[in-house]
Design a protein around this ligand. Structure first.
Ligand code: C2E
Ligand code: MG
Ligand code: MG
Length: 552
């Protein structure tokens, strides 16, 4: 809006010279407040308007082009005689009744209307909580930047918070809002002039980065952003960690907004496969992979519906009593063409796509069902260990669904055990702890799987309701050949006992390994030496044969 010191420019484009004379006369009482510029052509009007977006155009219905209203906001139509109110202009002036008063009123009206329109536009394109652009605002901004740069020299980031929904549910919405404000403040602190931030949804953000002719800048920025996001947040005196996934796509000449947004989204999905705060940069190869993954994902979805998954059970032996004391449920996919697939072929994909949540429920439900069957077949109660992915903890229904399943099957929860990996547990996520505590109260036990392959903080380990530690098979494997592996496994057993945890060694294949483990004081062993994972029918036969051998 023009200040009183800056005159309002009136651009006049009319066939008859009489308009210029009339307007000059009417404007005379206002001194320097207005400047009237007679333009000879549309080209001149456009270029004047380019320099001063506050200018008001005065023109006649005949000269007014059809799309005038969208080109310029402030238009006054000049009519010789009273006529129909114009549709596309802000207002109109009739020469026969024109005087300084009506002209001034009209000009004020035009300017007020324009300012109201721009306020409405701003509200429609702004996120009310954070004041940054919303999805619509971002689309406008992106279209503008793509038009002026042809897609060169910019990169688009799509950032998604991994567990915000849970934080929001458990902290309450007001605290959730404060958390979002902290996230935005952190993101803004990483930006430099020319970069833009927008909120696309409740926990999704877009970043428009100016690469300044240096393609590496986007990657450096992404690195800095995920680092900043990984720091703990403080909300209501409590600290919490949020995971985030950032996908980055580079703009390409003449590529539109849609492919760019889509590519950043795909890269974000790829980043989601890795936990913690991570970023991924889009490239064509990933895109092809993503397509294959999409096929496999829909196949897996179908497999779940058609009941093509199976559980095999691997026994766990207690070294003191020589008894089988537990089972580990291991999932397999009986694929129509590819045969029996091990979890490595589809569990990572399921984790990436979120399918692990329904798949995980299927596994738990089937394991509980088989526990019931074993009990009915007269097998002595055994601990049933089920592997749980970190992603399953991000599902807000986990606790209630598990309680319901345990109830429905009439299983004593004390026989149920969940195996978690170090990375899942060490995230120090409040939700993980809360869920573990609540399940622990039901009687469920937890074990730390693949111990030694991830990173564990022992102080933290001791504060979680974990009952067992499973030494990863890679350490057991090397024990016979390498003395340092022997020492390592021995140290792990001692460490677990100091923390009051039981120890299970995985991947035991030879009796020499088993004897070493026994001499270290290891509590239980699991591995091909005892038994391979077995389908239900074979397992029942195996257990019954052991039982009768023991009693006979
Ligand atoms: P894990 O939980 O560490 O399971 C042990 C893996 O070691 C199993 O592989 C098992 O077959 C294998 N194994 C057992 N004894 C021996 C042995 O003596 N020697 C050797 N070389 N290997 C042995 P599997 O069944 O292929 O499972 C691989 C991983 O897949 C599991 O590792 C677990 O992390 C994951 N997984 C399996 N089932 C599920 C599931 O239902 N849900 C989730 N989230 N993950 C699962
Ligand atoms: Mg396991
Ligand atoms: Mg393991």
């Amino acid at each position: 809006m023009a200040t009183p010191l800056e005159p309002t420019r009136l651009l006049l484009l009319a066939e008859q010279a009489v308009w210029a004379a009339t307007l000059h006369e009417c404007l005379a009482p206002f001194g320097d407040a207005y400047v009237l510029i007679s333009a000879p052509s549309w080209a001149v009007v456009s270029s004047l308007f380019e320099h001063d977006r506050q200018a008001v155009l005065l023109t006649t219905p005949k000269l007014q082009p059809a799309d005038l209203a969208c080109q310029m906001a402030q238009v006054l139509l000049l009519e010789a005689e009273p006529a129909e109110p114009p549709q596309s202009a802000s207002d109109w002036l009739v020469r026969s009744t024109l005087n300084p008063d009506t002209l001034r009123r009209c000009l004020r009206h035009v300017r007020e209307r324009t300012s109201l329109e721009s306020t409405l536009q701003r509200l429609a394109e702004e996120d009310p909580l954070t004041g940054i652009a919303n999805r619509q605002g971002f689309q406008t901004l992106l279209a503008g930047r793509l038009a002026s740069t042809e897609g060169r020299g910019l990169a688009l980031g799509h950032l998604d918070l991994d567990n915000f929904r849970h934080a929001n549910d458990s902290l309450g919405h007001q605290a959730g809002d404060r958390l979002i404000l902290q996230v935005v403040a952190r993101l803004k602190a990483q930006l430099e002039p020319g970069d833009y931030l927008a909120r696309l949804g409740s926990d999704e953000f877009a970043l428009l980065l100016d690469t300044r002719g240096d393609a590496q800048r986007a990657e450096r920025m992404a690195e800095r952003i995920v680092e900043a996001m990984a720091e703990p947040y403080w909300v209501d005196g409590e600290s919490l960690l949020l995971g985030c996934s950032l996908g980055v796509a580079h703009g390409r000449a003449k590529a539109g907004a849609d492919p760019l947004m889509w590519h950043a989204h795909i890269a974000m999905q790829q980043a989601k496969g890795i936990q913690g705060c991570t970023y991924h940069v889009f490239n064509e190869r990933i895109n092809r992979n993503a397509r294959n993954l999409a096929d496999l994902e829909s196949e897996l979805r179908r497999a779940l519906r058609r009941d093509e998954l199976e559980l095999h059970y691997q026994p766990r032996l207690d070294l003191t009593s020589g008894q089988v004391v537990g089972l580990e449920a291991l999932v397999r996919w009986r694929h129509a063409e590819r045969g029996l697939l091990p979890p490595s072929e589809f569990v990572p994909l399921a984790e990436q796509s979120g399918l692990i949540v329904p798949l995980g429920y299927w596994v738990i439900s089937r394991a509980l069902y088989d526990m019931q069957n074993l009990r009915e077949a007269g097998v002595a109660p055994l601990h049933m260990a089920v592997n749980l992915s970190f992603r399953q903890f991000q599902d807000s229904q986990l606790l209630s669904a598990l309680s319901r399943l345990i109830d429905e099957r009439g299983i004593d929860a004390r026989w149920l055990e969940f195996e978690l990996t170090e990375t899942a547990v060490m995230r120090r996520n409040e939700l993980v702890r809360y869920t573990m505590d609540a399940l622990g109260k039901l009687g469920v036990r937890f074990s730390l799987d693949d111990f030694g392959t991830g990173f564990s903080s022992f102080v933290h380990l001791n504060s979680l309701p974990i009952a067992l530690l499973k030494v990863d098979k890679s350490f057991v494997e090397g024990m016979e050949a390498r003395p340092e592996n022997r020492q390592l496994v021995h140290a792990m057993v001692n460490l677990a006992h100091n923390l009051n945890l039981e120890v299970v060694a995985e991947g035991v294949e030879t009796s020499a390994q088993m004897e070493l483990l026994r001499s270290f004081g290891c509590d239980q062993v699991q591995g091909y030496l005892i038994s391979k994972p077995l389908p239900m029918v074979a397992l029942q036969a195996y257990l019954q044969q052991r039982q009768s051998a023991a009693s006979g």
